[in-house]
Write a protein that binds this ligand. Structure first.
Ligand SMILES: NC(=O)c1ccc[n+]([C@@H]2O[C@H](COP(=O)([O-])OP(=O)(O)OC[C@H]3O[C@@H](n4cnc5c(N)ncnc54)[C@H](O)[C@@H]3O)[C@@H](O)[C@H]2O)c1
Length: 275
């Protein structure tokens, strides 16, 4: 049986799993077991074949455990990584450990076992696009530093990270760079990996942001972006469907921005910060 691993039992993860996971065993890992169980029930009630598991993206051991459980059902054909914490939900260290380090380890470990013809997506963020360019050296460090050494990089030390938003932006920039580097290895196995960078998508995570210290900033962002509204998880699944299906066979190591034009407006429109 073909297996899909879904990490992060949130709205974005579930929308992608529902779009691409039919006919597969879907192993759902989340740090909050109750989230994995809730989504597993919704999906099983809708005809999917899922099993919930506790897993912590910030732990290599936990990731390896999830993978070996998944392998009991068959070959791992798909990976959907939608686990993460946002700038209002966690301190700097947790954001770096989960979103940056954890994603790097997951892509590496699944990349060792992904089946021929397999595909994966990891959810990055528009935040990584809004941050100014890093030096070519910093980009390369984020792309290829062994995962266990990533959090020792100078650019990620506390004195160089301004706040939780900056930590999140670095994590998401790193996700995109890791996807590029990993796509080379996944390609050797006949598999593809891409990332999706959503803008504001209404989910519990985004609602935490609306109610958090940057709430007005976020509400202004979707009101003034070209689309004039936040997005939905099902729209992110539209992109995932392209990337994970045969139609996306020539797409790998790429990142797709789906943000209603918020990034464009941030650089060249009404969302441009005043200097
Ligand atoms: N919602 C948005 O506006 C938005 C925008 C850009 C990017 N994203 C990214 O999309 C991804 C999914 O977010 P969502 O909006 O669906 O959020 P969500 O809160 O609905 O889901 C995230 C899930 O990740 C789980 N999680 C958190 N830490 C974990 C850990 N250490 N190990 C395992 N699971 C863990 C949470 O328990 C939760 O179930 C995140 O990476 C987020 O950064 C979201």
């Amino acid at each position: 049986m073909d297996v899909m691993i879904l990490t992060g039992a949130g709205q974005i993860g579930m929308a992608i799993a529902r779009r691409m996971g039919y006919g597969k065993k879907i192993v759902i890992g989340d740090k909050k077991t109750e989230n994995a169980q809730a989504i597993s029930k919704i999906m099983n009630d809708a005809g999917f074949d899922t099993v919930p598991m506790e897993m912590d993206l910030s732990s290599r051991e936990s990731i390896k455990n999830l993978i070996s459980e998944a392998q009991k059902y068959g070959d791992i054909k798909m990976l959907v990584n939608a686990a993460g914490v946002s700038p209002s939900q966690a301190p700097i260290e947790a954001i770096l450990k989960v979103d940056l380090y954890g994603t790097a380890v997951l892509l590496e470990e699944v990349g060792k076992v992904i089946a021929k013809g397999g595909t994966g997506v990891t959810i990055s963020s528009q935040s990584g696009h809004r941050m100014p360019a890093l030096s070519p050296e910093a980009d390369e460090q984020l792309a290829v530093t062994p995962a266990e050494d990533l959090l020792k990089l100078d650019i990620l030390q506390p004195e160089n990270i301004k706040d939780t938003l900056h930590a999140y932006q670095m994590a998401k920039r790193c996700n995109e760079k890791r996807v590029m580097a990993e796509s080379v290895k996944w390609g050797e196995r006949g598999a593809r990996i891409n990332s999706i960078s959503p803008g504001i998508i209404v989910t519990p995570l985004a609602i935490d942001e609306f109610n958090g210290p940057r709430g007005d900033f976020y509400k202004n962002m979707f009101a003034k972006c070209p689309a004039g509204r936040p997005g939905t998880a099902d729209e992110v699944a539209n992109v995932a469907e392209l990337l994970m299906s045969e139609k996306g066979a020539f797409i790998t190591g790429a990142d797709f921005l789906i943000d209603g034009g918020a990034t464009a407006s941030y650089f060249y429109g009404p969302l441009k910060p005043e200097v």
